[in-house]
Write a protein that binds this ligand. Structure first.
Ligand SMILES: [Fe+2]
Ligand SMILES: [Fe+2]
Length: 234
């Protein structure tokens, strides 16, 4: 991902295309960077009802790309804490971004589906994928994670036998299915390579899908490789 050399004169569209996190700032502020991308920061700030300085400050505060996964020693964490972390970081990320991705993929498919029919399959696929994923994290939060917290707590005296292997297997199976769906999206889009005529929304969609995939892989790694095996040992 390139950076904008001269942010003073760059348009909203150029800034959004150069950095997905800055595109996220525009989206949250209701600033259109797709069709209305050819405006300056000053014009965009005026339309959003804030000052240019406030908009610049929000853009400067975005963390650098790749900074979302600081290197924590997750294996040494208390299991209940790890379960909380997964809910607060990764489940929250999915809930915050699911509707954004679904709407964005529909918008791009409507606009460019005639020239790029794979976008229509992508939008349909993303819809089903997100639906399954939201139901998956609800099951973890309502069924499996409370059992893991109970097992990990000192209050659990082990009198009653608690076997979590069945729900763990179901969750692992669903992780596999989510991974397979992400693989299909990569096949459809040739690894998210943008065509020459891609507009800002198209660029944002592919950037967002790569970010989403990255977050989900880290999320599944924490569950499959740390949380579930350690909980099964309890
Ligand atoms: Fe999860
Ligand atoms: Fe999961």
């Amino acid at each position: 991902m390139s950076t904008i050399e001269n942010i003073e004169s760059a348009t909203v569209g150029e800034i959004a295309a150069s950095d997905i996190r800055k595109a996220d700032v525009f989206r949250k502020m209701g600033i259109d960077f797709c069709c209305g991308g050819r405006k300056t920061l000053k014009e965009a700030a005026g339309q959003a009802g804030i000052t240019e300085a406030q908009l610049r400050e929000a853009l400067e505060k975005t963390p650098p790309v790749g900074a979302s996964h600081p290197q924590h020693d997750f294996s040494s964490w208390d299991l209940a804490f790890l379960a909380d972390y997964i809910c607060n970081v990764h489940h929250r990320y999915i809930r915050e971004n699911a509707a954004v991705l679904e709407n964005l993929s529909l918008k791009v498919a409507n606009r460019h589906g005639a020239q790029h029919p794979e976008l229509i399959h992508l939008a349909t696929g993303i819809r089903g994928f997100l639906h399954h994923l939201l139901s998956h994290i609800n099951k973890e939060e309502n069924i499996l994670f409370p059992l893991i917290r109970q097992l990990a707590s000192k209050k659990y005296n082990g009198d009653e036998y608690m076997d979590i292997s069945a729900p763990v297997r179901v969750m692992e199976q669903e992780h596999q299915e989510a991974g397979d769906e992400l693989k299909q999206f990569r096949q459809l889009t040739h690894d998210y390579v943008l065509p020459a005529d891609a507009c800002n929304s198209y660029t944002y969609l592919f950037g967002k899908m790569k970010e989403f995939e990255d977050d989900l892989f880290q999320h599944i790694h924490l569950e499959n490789n740390i949380l579930f095996p350690k909980a099964l040992q309890l």
